[in-house]
Design a protein around this ligand. Structure first.
Ligand code: NAD
Length: 285
């Protein structure tokens, strides 16, 4: 028997949680969003309004008619029990701190109905590290979105050895139903597919520039012309913003990472060149 998903609850209404909630509601699902304070919920309502404007600006089909109503229609609460009492699927997008996620799943496992599926949007933590806290490892997996979900619409679906294949399939079907392209992983992999490809590319580009081999724009030009890709690694880094890659490199145990972090800091971070958001990164905007 196939599993039906109609009611969806999103935990955490920050950058990604707000986008996941909005994208899901935009596609006609009944959505509740939970966060820990009234301030966070007011910020969420503003994020939904910003997303309505972005969907209209990007000409998403149907946005002119319904984008504002979708933003207003997402239920918001700080009561976790009320948020999940009737949920078919809970998508967790709380901060990337393992102990916080584990504690969230421990509470959730007690409060949600037995049938409820739990999915983590974690970028760097494996679902295996959380599954034993859910009380239902067969109904738990990762569903990983990329920032700007309505445009960068991959949804990587990755279970643990305990995930029920019917649950996996239901989440793949759900991802399609909210306008995503589901990417199925057969087993757990840190970085999923996208970051397993992207992070080495970005690091290789930075190593070429930091090592004095070629300028960033020459690296990008090579990648574009040589592969037909629309953007090179430094164009992508300017979109991501340089702070997150810097923090990852600065905290990496890999000895090759420290010189890249130092180069980024001296030439870009310390000069306020953080990417498109600040008007300049590797390029001027
Ligand atoms: P964020 O800091 O923007 O948002 C986190 C939200 O969670 C905040 O609104 C915060 O108030 C709330 N929160 C804090 N503690 C909570 C709790 N105990 N229960 C519920 N909510 C709580 O973070 P984000 O960038 O949206 O990241 C959230 C998750 O999404 C992380 O696991 C991250 O790895 C993943 N992710 C982020 C991106 C990205 O580009 N930002 C992309 C893919 C996946």
């Amino acid at each position: 028997m196939s599993i039906e998903i109609r009611k969806v609850t999103v935990l955490g209404t920050g950058v990604l949680g707000s986008q996941i909630a909005y994208q899901t509601a935009f596609h006609g699902f009944d959505v509740t969003a939970y966060d820990i304070s009234d301030e966070a919920l007011s910020a969420a309502r503003k994020r939904f309004e910003g997303l309505a404007a972005a969907y209209k600006n990007d000409h998403m089909p149907g946005a002119d008619d319904k984008a504002d109503a979708v933003a207003a229609g997402i239920a918001l609460t700080t009561d976790l029990g009320a948020a999940v009492k009737d949920a078919d699927l809970v998508i967790e997008a709380v901060p990337e701190v393992l102990s916080l996620k584990q504690e969230t799943y421990r509470k959730l496992g007690e409060l949600a109905p037995e049938r409820t599926i739990f999915a983590t949007n974690s970028s760097t933590l494996l679902p295996s590290a959380m599954k034993d806290f859910t009380g239902r490892p067969d109904k738990f997996l990762a569903l990983h979105f990329a920032n700007q979900v309505w445009k960068m619409n991959t949804a990587e679906v990755m279970g643990t050895p305990d995930t029920d294949p019917a649950v996996f399939q239901a989440v793949v079907d759900f991802a399609k139903a909210i306008g995503m392209v589901p990417i199925e992983l057969h087993k757990e992999k840190a970085g999923y597919v996208l970051n397993s490809l992207l992070v080495p590319l970005l690091n290789a580009g930075m190593a070429l520039a930091a090592g004095g081999y070629a300028e960033p724009d020459a690296v990008d030009k090579t990648w574009r012309i040589g592969t037909g890709a629309p953007m090179g690694p430094f164009q992508i880094l300017d979109i991501i913003g340089l702070t997150t890659p810097y923090n990852i490199l600065a905290n990496s145990p890999d000895p090759a990472a420290a010189p890249l972090a130092a180069w980024l800091k001296a030439n870009y971070i310390d000069q306020g060149k953080l990417g498109i958001a600040t008007g300049e990164g590797f390029y001027k905007y």
